[in-house]
Design a binder for this molecule. Structure first.
Ligand code: 13P
Length: 255
């Protein structure tokens, strides 16, 4: 059975004090989760050690990072390696967010290397994909996302794929208030699962968690998470307020 996951991506928001308060608020309101349901919190790098301390001993709630570098170690000023992330207690790393692809020119070849770094250091990878508006308007989103997945992930074997979570985030829905309809999300998630099944078999595809991201809020989470192939969400803006994030976790539990 695949897991349901709600993951917070704080992006470049909150100072240390604000981050501490937010995590305290989430922990205080956190419902009981079981083995099949997980929460991930991915703050900026400078928060990781603090957040790790706050999450210590808390079941089913994991620390995530928003990025890692594509090399192991060395003269890469300003970069953070996957092994450093692991050493502070990080369990997940987000790779290939559309903001990394767009503003930092990260292409699928680099993202494949970053994915390898994450896996080699014992991290689970939340691999992001998603199309821009012009691709959606041209109705070529399936081929676009398929290419991102093939070039980013298909060098992995089936055992490695067990540590991959895919997040589908249509760029036109990120931070815009314009959510993909439940049907649009379901159609793409089913397509992604079929792409995985064609390469790795049905079992691997059925066991993969595929998250939706893009203006997901407490008010629309239940409808999105009710879709057969939507296994939770990657949450930006609504993850910065404890009550909103807890509302989305609640929707995941009830789905
Ligand atoms: P919003 O929830 O703010 O639209 O952001 C989604 C996202 O990019 C999460 O990674």
């Amino acid at each position: 059975m695949r897991k349901k996951i709600v993951a917070a991506n704080w992006k470049m928001n909150l100072n240390l004090e604000e981050g501490k308060k937010l995590v305290d608020g989430i922990i205080a309101g956190m419902p009981t989760l079981n083995e099949q349901k997980e929460v991930v919190i991915a703050p900026p790098f400078v928060h990781l050690a603090q957040t790790a301390g706050q999450l210590q001993g808390k079941a089913h709630i994991y620390l995530g990072a928003q990025n890692c570098y594509s090399e192991t170690a060395g003269a890469y000023t300003g970069e953070i390696s996957a092994s450093m992330l692991k050493s502070v207690g990080t369990a997940y790393v987000i790779i290939g967010h559309s903001e990394r692809r767009e503003y930092f020119k990260e292409d699928n070849a680099m993202l494949a290397k970053k994915t390898d770094q994450g896996l080699a250091n014992g991290l689970k990878v939340i691999f992001c994909c998603g199309e821009p508006l012009e691709v959606r308007d041209a109705d070529t989103q399936n081929a676009y996302v398929e290419k991102q997945i093939k070039e980013g992930l298909f060098h992995l074997d089936a055992a490695q794929l067990k540590n991959i979570v895919i997040a589908y985030e249509p760029i036109w829905a990120i931070g815009t208030g314009r959510t993909a309809s439940a049907q649009q999300a379901q159609d793409m998630h089913a397509h992604i699962r079929a792409v995985i099944a064609a390469q790795y078999g049905k079992d691997t595809a059925d066991n993969m968690s595929i998250l939706y991201g893009g203006s997901c809020k407490p008010s629309n989470a239940a409808e999105l998470f009710a879709c057969a192939d939507v296994d939770g969400g990657l949450i930006g803006g609504a993850s910065l307020k404890a009550d909103e994030f807890l509302g989305i976790i609640d929707a995941m539990i009830k789905a």
